[in-house]
Design a protein around this ligand. Structure first.
Ligand SMILES: [Zn+2]
Length: 65
């Protein structure tokens, strides 16, 4: 018996839905070279990520709803 980890399970319809987002960029200098310093799941299902720009060191918070 083998487990295929590459193909999504077609019995799960939610696996066929994709959401595309633009690449997250630094609000200060526009660089996409970012580091996630902290990730917090909230009770309402959203997620907060503390990010820091590797280019200008500007910290900001990304909210994933
Ligand atoms: Zn920056």
């Amino acid at each position: 018996m083998s487990i295929n980890t590459h193909k999504p399970d077609i019995a799960a319809p939610e696996a066929t839905r994709y959401v595309y987002v633009e690449r997250v960029r630094c609000p200060e200098c526009g660089s996409d070279d970012l580091k996630t310093t902290r990730s917090v799941n909230q009770s309402d299902g959203s997620r907060l990520q503390n990010k820091r720009c590797r280019t200008c060191q500007h910290p900001f918070i990304l909210v994933i709803e």
